[in-house]
Design a protein around this ligand. Structure first.
Ligand code: FES
Length: 82
């Protein structure tokens, strides 16, 4: 996943926006990223990934799936939860 790919697909929040928010605001919980354009407040799929970015010293070091895999896994997640 590149910097300009959407990490929160529900609210179209890019990985770059999330990382910038983390660097500036130093959140300790994924729920605090709701102030970053609503990231994590929709289906919930991205919350574990948001948590990983928060917990990493340098959030840019976190390996995330490629865009197609990420979106496909989210569709599967949503099909199970709705
Ligand atoms: S992908 Fe972020 S809340 Fe649905």
């Amino acid at each position: 996943m590149d910097e300009d790919d959407e990490l929160c697909l529900c609210f179209h929040v890019t990985r770059r926006k999330v990382i910038q928010y983390i660097r500036v605001n130093r959140p300790t919980l994924p729920s605090q990223l709701s102030e970053c354009y609503g990231a994590g407040t929709g289906c919930g799929w991205c919350r574990p990934f948001l948590k990983r970015l928060i917990e990493e010293t340098d959030p840019q070091d976190v390996e995330l799936p490629d865009v197609a895999t990420y979106a496909a896994n989210r569709r599967e997640y949503r099909n199970k939860t709705t």
